[in-house]
Design a protein around this ligand. Structure first.
Ligand code: 13P
Ligand code: SF4
Length: 324
């Protein structure tokens, strides 16, 4: 079956089985095309909590995002086309490590990036995403009257928060990072600025500190998209420091813009974990839903872990008005 046939069958099967597809911007365009909602991690969490009609939620993203959907909407069947689609950064901080850090830094609020497993979320005070990290961390620190926080697992997001809030951020683990964004080098930025002198540089806060500092704008996936949309009347060329899926999304939506990856490699950089989800796997999963045979693809979170993780997710919604 070609992509068009797969898409047509997927649309029909979604209706027939009462299924909604939530997709991250880092998915390939063919997968974004069958998504009922495309978002960043905050937007997807808000949407997942809000799903009412559909019985099943297919999550076209990585595992920690699907776990959040299950925790927020436990009566729904949350399923992934490929359960191996796991975020390596989320696996860099386990619950036991957090307990050790808390012992070493008593009294500091523990704020985790959403890119963590449910077992880790269960051991923190509040979570945040890259869309609301600054808002959440400063609100929590103000409320507690502290100048330092414990945060993990991304050292680069910690830098972003520290720079904007003036807080001292202790990162757990010290060198945690996203292998995708951390591979952009300052030499890439210098080279791309030389090649495209009229372009603005827009980067994700998972990029290295030097890159955040040298960019014209640093923000989450949706914030980058909104920045480009708001600035496109003044500037038609952008160098983008994030996963290729967002660049492809924007290029298709705004053909008049000239967009380059911050990576000088023509294909840009991809998250191979995000890219594990394909149209063919979504189609196969919908056939399994129809046959009542989704156990192997289902996301489950143990009840006591889910209850504790839910309080840290709810706390984020209390501190953050951002929409993602
Ligand atoms: P966003 O919050 O920008 O979606 O980031 C999630 C992610 O995994 C980025 O690598
Ligand atoms: Fe994880 Fe990085 Fe992939 Fe995002 S881009 S899912 S942080 S590995």
């Amino acid at each position: 079956m070609d992509a068009q046939q797969l898409k047509a069958e997927i649309q029909a099967l979604k209706k027939e089985t009462g299924t909604i597809i939530l997709a991250h911007y880092y998915q390939v365009l063919d997968v974004q095309d069958v998504g009922d909602f495309i978002g960043d991690s905050l937007g997807l969490s808000r949407k997942a909590a809000d799903v009412k009609e559909a019985k099943n939620i297919i999550f076209a993203a990585v595992d920690f995002m699907a776990e959040v959907a299950k925790i927020l909407n436990p009566t729904k069947t949350v399923i992934m086309p490929d359960k191996e689609a796991s975020c390596p950064m989320a696996n860099q901080l386990r619950a036991a490590q957090i307990l050790d850090y808390k012992k070493k830094h008593p009294g500091l609020p523990t704020i985790l990036y959403i890119n963590t497993l449910a077992e880790a979320k269960a051991e923190c005070d509040v979570i945040c995403t890259s869309s609301n990290a600054v808002e959440v961390c400063s609100a929590v620190a103000n409320e507690r009257g502290v100048g330092s926080i414990l945060m993990g697992p991304d050292k680069n997001l910690s830098y972003h928060v520290g720079k904007r809030t003036g807080l001292k951020v202790v990162t757990m683990p010290e060198k945690g990072c996203c292998y995708v964004h951390d591979q952009f080098a300052i030499e890439d930025l210098t080279l791309q600025r030389e090649r495209y002198p009229g372009a603005r540089v827009v980067v994700h806060p998972e990029c290295k500190p030097g890159i955040q500092d040298a960019a014209d704008y640093a923000g989450s996936t949706t914030q980058m998209l909104k920045y480009i949309e708001s600035e496109m009347k003044n500037c038609k060329e952008f160098i983008i420091g994030t996963e290729q899926g967002l660049i492809d999304h924007l290029q298709r939506k705004y053909p008049a813009l000239t967009l380059h990856s911050l990576s000088p490699v023509p294909s840009g950089i991809s998250c191979k974990n995000m890219k594990k989800t394909t149209l063919a796997k979504i189609h196969a999963l919908l056939l399994k839903i129809k046959a009542g045979n989704v156990k192997k693809n289902e996301i489950t979170v143990e009840a006591s872990v889910a209850a504790k993780a839910k309080s840290s997710i709810d706390a984020m919604f209390k501190y953050s008005t951002a929409s993602g």
